[in-house]
Ligand binder design. Structure first.
Ligand SMILES: [Zn+2]
Length: 285
């Protein structure tokens, strides 16, 4: 969740040429040496800016006709089309959407929107594998607006090795109430903190995670019951949850929602002291 490994970009120009060349027939636009150099410079600038919008990325030295052809060429990344291998390469080994951390990958999101940054439409490092719901909810959020109202770049974001995503868990009238939130930590910059908060809210994750939390609690039921049957009861449940949090952290990362949830539950005395019994639990607002 949040971050993905940076994709290789050594085939960026080859992928661009394929995007511009229909399977049958001549290229829509045949790149001159100068244009190839302009695209290489554009990609290098994107990397240097770590995927942040900046002067130069709108590529005024690349003609409008060429930029439009790249924009259109993105359609060739669809399954069965000539650039489908780019999609396959980017999605390989990524099981869950980096934005929500639970849904399968079904789309590619243009980190800098295709509508504005047409020349970057098929650049691997501007294409983030995502689920279609997150992709849709993000929309074209990088424009000229408030710099804090932008998504982080999943390939380049500078995130600290600290727990900045937490779940507040309380029991209210027998119902577990869970609220996830991004919190400020010593090494998390104010800027990144505000962007993560914006991203989390824009994706409506507190609402969308509810069903996932319910399913996940069901999967824990046997472990919770076994722990609760020991003499230490509530304490044993809390330890079981803390150990499960450590496993999730190794598998999915420090700031995955499951890790956050397990830590939150481990610290909720009422939940650990029998409140977890699912017959009694409904997930509150
Ligand atoms: Zn998602």
């Amino acid at each position: 969740m949040w971050r993905l490994p940076l994709p290789d970009n050594s085939s960026a120009i080859d992928e661009l040429v394929i995007a511009l060349t229909p399977t049958r027939g001549a290229p829509v636009v045949e790149l001159t040496e100068d244009e190839r150099a302009a695209f290489l410079a554009l990609y290098q600038l994107y990397d240097a800016l770590r995927g942040e919008p900046g002067a130069g990325l709108e590529a005024s030295d690349i003609s409008g006709v060429t930029a439009q052809a790249v924009y259109d060429g993105y359609d060739a990344t669809q399954i069965g089309s000539r650039l489908a291998h780019l999609r396959t390469r980017l999605q390989a080994g990524i099981l869950r959407c980096p934005f929500c951390g639970f849904a399968p990958i079904t789309s590619l999101d243009h980190h800098l929107p295709r509508s504005t940054y047409r020349a970057l439409a098929v650049y691997a490092r501007n294409l983030i594998p995502a689920c279609s719901t997150c992709n849709q909810k993000k929309g074209a959020t990088v424009g000229g607006q408030d710099e804090h109202q932008r998504f982080i770049n999943a390939y380049f974001a500078d995130l600290p090795a600290e727990r900045f995503f937490v779940a507040r868990c309380v029991m209210v009238d027998g119902a577990l109430v869970t609220q996830f939130e991004v919190v400020q930590t010593p090494a998390l910059s104010e800027h990144v903190f505000r962007r993560l908060t914006y991203q989390f809210q824009r994706l409506e994750l507190n609402t969308r995670l509810k069903g996932e939390v319910t399913d996940f609690l069901v999967s824990l039921e046997t472990g919770l019951e076994s722990a609760y049957e020991t003499p230490e009861a509530a304490l044993a449940v809390s330890h079981f949850l803390a150990r499960s949090a450590a496993s999730q952290e190794r598998a999915n990362g420090l700031n995955h929602w499951k890790t956050a949830l397990l830590h939150g539950l481990a610290g909720c005395i009422e939940f650990c002291d029998g409140g977890f019994r699912l017959g009694q639990i409904s997930l509150g607002a």
